[in-house]
Structure formats: C-alpha cells, structure tokens
Design a protein around this ligand. Structure first.
Ligand code: CA
Length: 239
C-alpha cells in the first residue's frame, strides 16, 4: 500500500521553491510520480504568495533564492500564526553542518544538502508528513517499538518496562514527540533544561549515552541517531 494514502484521500501538496529550473522540473517529475501534487515557486516572494493562496502540506525550500532567501522565507512563515507549524524542509547547497543547524534554529523541520538522492529526499518528506499528520492519543506516544505513557510516566519497549532517569525520560519524551527531526545539542538543552539554565552542551552527550543504554536491549536496534556535528534524532533503524 502506498504510504501516502494513509494521510487521507487528497494528495499531499508540496510547494517546491527552487530557482534552478532543471532541478525544479526533476523534482516535479519525481514527486508527482510518488503521488504528490506539486506547486512551484521560483523565488522567495513567490513562495510566500503561494503559501498565502493555499497552504501546502510541505514546503521544500531552497536556501539560495532570488528576492528573498530561503532562510528569510522560513523565518517569515514561522512568525505567522497560520504557518507556524507548516512543515518546512530546507534544501541547501552548503555542506557545513553549522548551516544545517542554522536552518533548524530558524525553524525548519529538516534539511537536505545538495546534491541529494531522490530516495533520501522522499524519505524526509514522508517523515515530516507523518509527523504533521500524527494525532497522538492523549497521554500516549509511540514510536517504532517504543511506547510512552505520559500520565503514568512509563516507557515500554517491545513490551518490556524501561527504567529511565528523569532527564533521560524527558529527553526521550521530547524526541518521541518530534520523531525524525535532528536537534542540535543546544536545542535539546533549551527543550529539556530550559533556556535559563546553563548546561554544557557535552552534558547532552552523556544523557544520550545513558538513554541509549536504557532503551536498547540486547539485539535491539538503536533508535537514536547521531548526526555528526549536528546533533541527535530519533529515527527508525535502517533495515
Ligand atoms: Ca538556488
């Protein structure tokens, strides 16, 4: 079954913002083949106008654009209540990890670096759609083979009760409610410890290590992905 059909009968719409026309054409071809409806914009101002006309399900947003940069478009979309939670994937020609983190800092849900493999891009798009479309039962969050009962403060993996320290619990709760998304150490610090508390970014690594130890039983796949120089994400293990 096509994964997209679970999201509803309508085809998900992707707004592709890209000034390189050959790439735009290639993206349209591949995305339509995968069952998406594709809208196009070739510069930043047009992107904002398109979103105002009709909210897409995902925006694939190039970083370097005429009139208004992708970063600025993302910032503006995040500032508006109507588009604050609109899924945005930044596409960047830059390879520095700092730029990737910057994209996340200004509110992008994810990013891909050019040149990208179409399969990888499609996986990212599906992941943000899944996240956006997930209406979790209140008090219960599940991801892969993990199940968290937020009222009882209990976490199970494969039916086995996990024993987590309070920080690991909060970290896992945060990651489970934002699966697939890469967070920098600083973002995790802000989310878990709060902005006012000064904690060394390295502390995050320590808690991630403890979290892994607590949740990954013998023979179980690691669901915590380390993204070198960028941070961590909760991801389905690769087969
Ligand atoms: Ca460009």
């Amino acid at each position: 079954m096509n994964k997209l059909t679970t999201l509803g009968s309508a085809k998900p719409t992707i707004l592709v913002v890209e000034d390189e026309v050959p790439l735009l054409t290639l993206l349209r071809y591949n995305l339509e083949k995968q069952g998406f409806r594709v809208e196009e914009a070739v510069d930043g101002n047009e992107a904002l106008a398109r979103v105002a006309e009709g909210r897409p399900d995902v925006v694939l947003l190039d970083w370097m654009l005429p009139t208004l940069s992708g970063i600025e478009v993302c910032r503006q979309l995040r500032r508006r209540p109507a588009t604050r939670d609109l899924p945005i994937i930044m596409v960047t020609a830059r390879t520095e990890d700092q730029d990737a983190v910057r994209a996340l800092d200004i509110g992008a849900d994810d990013y891909v670096a050019k040149p990208f493999a179409m399969d990888a891009l499609l996986a990212r798009i599906r992941a943000v759609l899944r996240r956006a479309g997930t209406v979790a039962q209140k008090g219960q969050v599940s991801f892969f083979d993990l199940m968290m009962d937020q009222d009882a403060h209990r976490v199970m993996r494969n039916g086995r009760m996990l024993h987590l320290g309070p920080t690991e619990y909060r970290m896992l709760e945060f990651l489970m409610t934002h699966p697939g998304r890469v967070f920098s150490r600083e973002q995790l610090l802000d989310a878990i410890w709060g902005r006012d508390i000064h904690v060394e970014p390295r502390t995050v690594d320590v808690h991630i290590r403890r979290l892994r130890k607590a949740i990954n039983g013998p023979g179980e796949a690691d669901v915590v992905r380390t993204v070198r120089s960028a941070g961590y994400a909760l991801d389905r293990p690769e087969a």
